[in-house]
Design a protein. Structure first.
Length: 222
């Protein structure tokens, strides 16, 4: 579940957009100004920040500059300021996208997903010696290619992108159904998880990377 920080001082926009994004499967925290935004960012890790330019204290440009100096969290500006100066200033601050108000919520969600997808492709993913290179589309362990099939690779990527979250079998099936080019059922999923464990685990009988959560599904990470 992507975690989003919404920095916006218009309560109506905050309330309505929060409800919509949560219905789209996102976790949303809110801040109404620069001070509260910095407090949120120092205490939490976010997958994307939605940021208004004009705030009751400070402005969105300084927040964006700080975010980009600390890492590479995607930032999308939401603002009524459609002038060229604001657009250029936003991109100069490192913004990934810029959407003028009023905006269409579904278009916003599409752009959010694109921004997070771009970041995901470039970010290295590694856990317990297993690394996924999303640019090359390969997984390695101790520097050695694991030679995963397309479906095994997709499964591993799903687990690593949802580190620490329990994934039900139905959720996994929804994510991988179109990868293998053949029908993927519950039994097929069991087979592929076993094959993946055989390749990535030191002891497949006692898995430490992809763990079974009895009665719920599977989880990577602690």
């Amino acid at each position: 579940m992507p975690r989003i920080l919404l920095v916006e001082d218009d309560k109506d926009i905050t309330d309505n957009l929060t409800v919509f994004l949560r219905r789209e499967g996102m976790e949303v925290d809110c801040a109404d100004g620069q001070k509260s935004a910095f407090a949120r960012l120092e205490e939490n890790i976010y997958d994307l920040v939605l940021l208004d330019v004009s705030l009751k204290d400070g402005n969105g440009f300084s927040i964006c500059n700080w975010i980009k100096s600390e890492g590479d969290i995607p930032v999308i500006f939401l603002t009524a300021s459609g002038d060229e100066f604001s657009v250029v200033a936003g991109f100069d601050a490192g913004a990934d996208d810029y959407i003028p108000k009023p905006f269409r919520p579904r278009e916003l969600v599409s752009r959010m997903k694109n921004a997070m997808r771009r970041r995901m492709k470039s970010a290295p993913i590694e856990y317990k010696g297993v690394a996924v290179d999303t640019d090359k589309g390969i997984a390695t362990k101790g520097g050695r290619d694991l030679f995963l099939s397309a479906l095994e690779y997709k499964l591993l990527l799903i687990f690593f992108n949802n580190m620490g979250s329990v994934l039900s079998r139905n959720k996994l099936l929804d994510e991988i159904w179109d990868v293998s080019g053949e029908f993927v059922n519950d039994n097929t999923l069991t087979v592929y998880i076993k094959r993946l464990r055989d390749k990535i685990e030191d002891d497949p009988q006692n898995p430490q990377i992809i763990k079974t959560v009895r009665g719920l599904g599977y989880k990577a990470g602690d």
